[in-house]
Design a protein around this ligand. Structure first.
Ligand SMILES: C[S@@+](CC[C@H](N)C(=O)[O-])C[C@H]1O[C@@H](n2cnc3c(N)ncnc32)[C@H](O)[C@@H]1O
Length: 239
């Protein structure tokens, strides 16, 4: 199959401009949400780790900003957390390998992003080295052990981690650190925890960061499935 056909047949998560091959029909278009992440104005010379990179929108963006980027993502559903009683359902939903799109886009863009098939739980300085900036977008809610995962991020970060996740948007839960467990009744078989803003901040401190700033909140909206996406908060966590 030629590249154009492969691009056309890929179920894109990210909307990525592939130049002469056009713009991918992503479920999400993060281009309009970029300002909410409060990214540094340039990343020249920084090592940046993109954790749970999906199809690589952010990795390619960081590379354009001058960073030396490593992207990690598990190869397929077997290495992702899912509700044990819904494994069969999760397997059917995720029959295609996760990284087909990233590898295809990387080839078309002639990108030097270094891609590793790996879970966030397996990140260590010995395996990947250290990074001035670590980015983790829309992944924490899909993890059974988000606190352990944040500890892994802390261990490889030397300046700042930029972490975005779905948060509770209910004013009456805002006074205490609070996480909603969504493992049983959620439509998707792989969401577990939704913190409120305070819990999200405190989890980053508990994982070993010394200062955490809440940078922005926004509602990510799917371009394909009405109601999909979720209210996100973005935190900058400093070493
Ligand atoms: C909702 S997508 C977010 C993609 C991208 N980070 C963003 O912000 O748009 C979650 C990504 O995390 C990956 N993922 C799931 N479990 C993971 C794990 N244990 N370690 C690393 N990545 C994981 C999924 O395969 C998927 O690519």
């Amino acid at each position: 199959m030629n590249i154009g056909d492969r691009i056309g047949q890929t179920q894109w998560y990210h909307t990525i401009d592939l130049g002469k091959f056009g713009v991918t029909a992503g479920v999400y278009d993060h281009r309009e949400y970029l300002p909410f992440y409060g990214l540094p104005s340039e990343l020249e010379g920084w090592r940046v780790l993109d954790v749970g990179a999906g199809h690589g929108f952010f990795s390619f963006h960081f590379e354009e900003m001058g960073a030396d980027v490593t992207a990690i993502n598990p190869r397929d559903w077997r290495e992702e957390d899912c509700v044990p009683s819904r494994t069969a359902e999760w397997a059917v939903e995720n029959a295609t390998p996760n990284d087909d799109g990233l590898l295809l886009a990387k080839r078309v863009l002639k990108s030097n992003v270094s891609y590793r098939r790996m879970s966030i739980y397996d990140i260590t300085p010995a395996r990947l080295g250290l990074f001035e900036m670590t980015f983790c977008g829309s992944l924490l809610c899909h993890l059974m052990n988000p606190l352990m995962a944040l500890g892994r991020i802390r261990a490889v970060t030397t300046k700042v981690a930029i972490v975005a996740t779905i948060v509770l948007d209910e004013p009456n839960t805002e006074r205490r650190p609070f996480c909603l467990f969504t493992g049983l009744h959620n439509r998707s078989a792989n969401t577990f925890w939704i913190p409120n803003h305070i819990a999200f901040q405190e989890m980053l401190i508990a994982a070993g960061f010394s200062k955490v700033n809440h940078v922005a909140s926004f509602t990510l909206r799917s371009r394909k499935i009405p109601g999909e996406g979720g209210h996100h908060a973005v935190m900058h966590a400093y070493v």
